[in-house]
Design a protein. Structure first.
Length: 188
């Protein structure tokens, strides 16, 4: 299936998505990579609020390059999501609803997604220019000292993504290889 969705997304909307579906995402998303996630945990550990509302948020694991003249952002390809696995269950339990990145996720993250009705959307690795073309505006939110890893609020339009793991735990990283192996047994 193919969906055109706008953030924030309700749990009902997310529950309709299945692993392998195509999503064109528009609306507000935030950027945060490893260093920003570590700082978010430090804020939470001190009892401080996070720099943006985590409930119902979509977070893109990206460290964009500086924007060229006339563009909102530079190249914005996804980073490997596994780097955020230690932090993701806590954020999902606080209400984060969408994660965007590339690569497999741990069992703990998938369990937290199912528990909270969240989804993981895969962005195409190696296509930073394509992804950045979807960004209409970018605003620095906090931790400017982190450079490309600072938290930014992006306004995106029709960002092409694939549902990698759905809110029921359906997972293309498991079903894709299994389907391929099954097709090989059938002689195709």
């Amino acid at each position: 299936m193919e969906y055109r969705l706008r953030t924030p997304l309700s749990r009902e909307e997310l529950s309709e998505l299945r692993a392998g579906d195509m999503v064109y995402l528009s609306g507000e998303i935030y950027t945060a990579r490893d260093a920003a996630h570590k700082r978010m945990m430090e804020c939470l550990d001190r009892g401080e609020p996070l720099p943006f509302e985590i409930r119902d948020s979509a977070v893109y694991y990206v460290g964009p390059t500086p924007e060229p003249p006339g563009r909102a952002i530079g190249s914005a390809g996804p980073t490997t999501s596994g780097r955020m696995d230690a932090y993701s269950p806590r954020l999902l339990d606080l209400g984060q609803s969408v994660m965007i990145g590339k690569g497999m996720r741990s069992k703990d993250v998938v369990d937290a997604m199912v528990r909270n009705g969240a989804v993981y959307l895969a962005a195409m690795g190696g296509a930073g220019a394509l992804m950045s073309a979807c960004v209409k505006s970018a605003e620095l939110i906090c931790w400017e000292d982190l450079g490309c890893e600072a938290v930014r609020r992006l306004e995106v339009e029709d960002m092409p993504l694939t549902v990698a793991i759905d809110s029921l735990g359906g997972n293309i990283y498991e079903s894709g290889p299994a389907a391929y192996l099954q097709s090989m047994k059938g002689g195709n």
